[in-house]
Design a protein around this ligand. Structure first.
Ligand code: IPE
Ligand code: IPE
Ligand code: MG
Length: 253
């Protein structure tokens, strides 16, 4: 069974994809938004438990107003188009981030989609929208301090106060578009994630490439600070051998 349960993706490269085709950046976002449902479907087909997609960062607010407003419109369009499919496929949908600055009708639609899928037991699909990893952590810290003014916070206390604690740690983070950075994404949850950077720009990303990345990463050994399983086995054998020798020597002496 695959150890990859939670996959996070930084969907990057839309602007450069469009620029290469002499089109405006927003064209890249339009094409990129068309890829999302294929990847969600593929995650579900591969038995992944949680998929978190980075769609708009807190830093992206500094982009030109027109670009920002297209991104909001694309989110709304996605939800209108996909809502019934999410329900049918038993997908539990949530948005993480500070969505209050979004247009009111989009916020209403997000809340409606979250409510309609709240009881779903299948894939946990999360859109990180107006999301920043540092502000997620600070929000959790502040919440804890208000609730427990004189207590020291533990890691579990913090984890429990993240936007969507039930998705747990990230096993694999994929970034499309060729940049090798994490751009303020899921900082806490990615402490031990496998990282995979592909040069493919998001509008060209396919379910086929997604699957081959998962297959490739599933073969990596994740050690979590431990020695490798092979080394550990070898050490146990050596220990057993030396115990046997000591025992024999003890009997003979
Ligand atoms: C990712 O594509 C989408 C968002 C950040 C909203 P970009 O718009 O960052 O595309 P590039 O990186 O400029 O090519
Ligand atoms: C990260 O991409 C955010 C999303 C994909 C939503 P950016 O394009 O904003 O990141 P930087 O600026 O290259 O770090
Ligand atoms: Mg980018």
């Amino acid at each position: 069974m695959s150890t990859i349960k939670h996959v996070a993706i930084i969907m990057d490269g839309n602007g450069r994809w469009a620029k290469k085709r002499f089109r405006p950046r927003i064209w890249g976002h339009v094409r990129g938004s068309g890829v999302v449902s294929d990847i969600v479907q593929s995650a579900d087909d591969q038995g992944i438990k949680a998929l978190t997609l980075y769609a708009f960062s807190t830093e992206n607010w500094s982009r030109p107003v027109d670009e920002v407003s297209i991104l909001f419109k694309l989110l709304k369009k996605f939800l209108l188009k996909e809502q019934s499919r999410l329900i049918k496929n038993n997908v539990h949908f949530k948005v993480i981030g500070e969505i209050n600055g979004l247009p009111e009708d989009t916020v209403t639609l997000i809340k409606e989609t979250e409510a309609l899928t709240a009881k779903a037991t299948g894939l946990k699909l999360t859109f990180a929208f107006s999301y920043g990893g540092r502000s997620e952590i600070m929000r959790a810290v502040n919440q804890f301090q208000i609730q427990n003014p004189s207590k020291l916070m533990t890691e579990d206390d913090l984890s429990a106060r993240l936007y969507r604690p039930e998705t747990g740690d990230v096993d694999l983070m994929i970034r499309t578009g060729g940049e090798q950075r994490i751009s303020n994404f899921l900082l806490w949850q990615m402490a031990y994630a496998e990282l995979y950077f592909t040069p493919t720009k998001w509008p060209d990303f396919t379910a086929h490439e997604f699957k081959s990345i998962i297959d490739h990463v599933s073969c990596r050994e994740r050690r979590f600070g431990n020695v490798s399983a092979q080394t550990s086995l070898q050490m146990s054998i050596e220990l057993a051998e030396s115990n046997k020798t000591n025992f024999v020597q003890g009997v003979l002496s």
